[in-house]
Each structure stands twice: as C-alpha cells, then as structure tokens.
Design a protein around this ligand. Structure first.
Ligand code: NI
Length: 293
C-alpha cells in the first residue's frame, strides 16, 4: 500500500497548514505497533536517558505521568524501523517539502484513559534549539486507535502556518515542564478538530498552531509521530527563542546525568565492574571456605 498526495491535497496543505488522511498504513500494522507501544510505555523505555518523560506533568519517577512521551522510540524497539507507515510518510514528506526532505526525529505519545492531560496550543517550530539554522519541517501524526475530540485528536488553526511564530512560554509558566504553550494572539474558537480512524494521519507544518483535548474516554490514546525536515541552511536571522533560554526540565537533567555517566559505554563499563566485583567476591569466599575461615 503506497500513498501519494494529489495536487489538490498539496495546495490545501500550503493554504491551511494541515491535511487529514484516512489511511497511511494497514490495520495489521497498527495492531502490531499498538503492542510495541504498550510495552514501551509500561517499561518507561528510555527513562534514565531522558528519552521518556511526562510532557505536561512534573515528570518525577514516583508520579504517574499525565502525558507520557518517548522520544525516538525506535532506539528501544528497532522493529519500528520496518513499517509501511515510515515508507509512506517519507514519500509524503518529499511531496510537501521537496526532494531534500529527510527523517528528522520521531516520538510516541500516550494519553492515558480518563486522566490524559490536554496538549497545549503550540507551534512545533517554537521548540527549536538550533538558532542560526533554517529549514522547513512537518510532522505526520498517526493514531493507533480511533482519534476523537473526546480522547484528544489533533486540532488545528487553519492558515496559522502562513503567519509568524507567536510568543510561547513553558506550560503554566513553569520552566521545568517540557511542554510549551502559545500565549500569543490567536483565536482558539477557529480550531478545527481532526478526528481519524486507526492508521489514518494528520499532517501539519511546523508553524501550524495545534493542540488536543484531554482524554475523557475509557481507552488510552496512542499516537506515533514522524517528523521530517528539508535540508538545513545557515541563517543569521534565526535566534534562540527567549522562552527556551534557561528552560531546564527533569528529562534534560536525566539526559545530562546519563551522558556524564558515559552513556551506553558507561553502562557497559559499570556492568563489567559489577561482574568483576561479584566474581572476585565469590573467589574470595571460596578461598576462605577452603582455608577454613
Ligand atoms: Ni506539536
């Protein structure tokens, strides 16, 4: 199954900033992905590396997350590399961003049943930590069960992709919260919800204002997002956004601590150290037994 956008769809994306597709992959693949997602979120995969975190809550180990997210889940489930979703998404990204479009990052979001928090209104471009670089970016958002207004489907402000980056701040003004919220001037009453069947897709430009409601239903709302960008070019006009200056999240601190401990190499070295110590302990105990003390 391959997906190609029509000229009409491409024109609509440029005008309105988003597109809605009924299917970007098969029902079988969605079911397989749901199993992988449920395992990754149950394990909180990537917690110690700061890859797994609570987007909207306090993000502490002993607190139940209200909007858990895993950045680059493919690191923890390599089988995610082999999907029709990925193939179709790249083809669509190249239609919309041009032939230089490349996969950039991906994330998995789990909005828990009954208490999953709303996703605040934001523009993805407001999250960029790379001043001095310019590129176009889009995200392809696929739900792994029906996405409805009641469980937190995407909602978009049409045409906001053609406007400027509006002012943002950390959610609730708390720089320890990972999520950003737009506090600029826009009309949230103009929002258009984008309900989808499982395996459908909502595609949005990095400037398109978007958000989602809380999950008030009995089923968790899982979404798999692939982000793409055009070839980056240096740009003197691109400065660091003021709302990112001094932002320190618990996830960033965990990532930093992980790097300081040596990352995956450090973990390997620690394991070898533990093994050597336990082996040495066993030898010592055996020698003592043999010697009778
Ligand atoms: Ni977003």
């Amino acid at each position: 199954m391959t997906t190609t956008l029509s000229d009409e769809q491409i024109a609509s994306f440029r005008e309105r900033g988003y597109l809605q597709l009924d299917a970007i992959t098969s029902a079988e693949e969605v079911e397989r992905l749901r199993g992988i997602f449920d395992r990754l979120f149950a394990e909180r995969a990537g917690w110690e590396k700061g890859r797994s975190f609570d987007l909207a809550g306090s993000d502490e180990a002993d607190k139940t997350p209200v909007l858990p997210q895993i950045l680059n889940p493919i690191e923890f489930a390599p089988e995610l590399g082999d999907t029709q979703f990925r193939v179709n998404a790249l083809a669509i990204a190249r239609q919309l961003l041009g032939p230089t479009a490349e996969p950039w990052f991906e994330h998995a979001i789990f909005k828990p049943a009954h208490f999953g928090a709303p996703t605040p209104w934001h523009q993805d471009e407001a999250h960029r930590y790379d001043p001095g670089m310019d590129y176009e970016q889009l995200s392809i958002w696929m739900p792994l069960q029906p996405a409805t207004v009641e469980n937190g489907c995407m909602q978009y402000i049409p045409g906001s992709n053609r406007g400027p980056i509006l002012e943002h701040r950390s959610l609730g003004g708390d720089p320890r919260k990972s999520a950003l919220e737009c506090i600029g001037d826009f009309d949230s009453a103009a929002a258009e919800p984008c309900p989808l069947p499982p395996g459908g897709a909502a595609i949005h430009h990095c400037r398109t204002l978007h958000g989602a409601s809380a999950n008030t239903t009995d089923i968790p709302r899982r979404a798999y997002i692939l982000a793409f960008r055009s070839a980056p070019v240096p740009s003197a006009n691109r400065e660091m956004y003021p709302w990112l200056v001094g932002k320190t999240t618990p996830a960033a601190e965990r990532a930093e601590a992980w790097r300081k401990r040596g990352g995956p190499l450090g973990r390997g070295a620690r394991r070898i150290g533990e093994f050597t110590r336990s082996f040495a302990g066993k030898v010592k105990r055996r020698v003592r037994r043999i010697l009778g003390n």
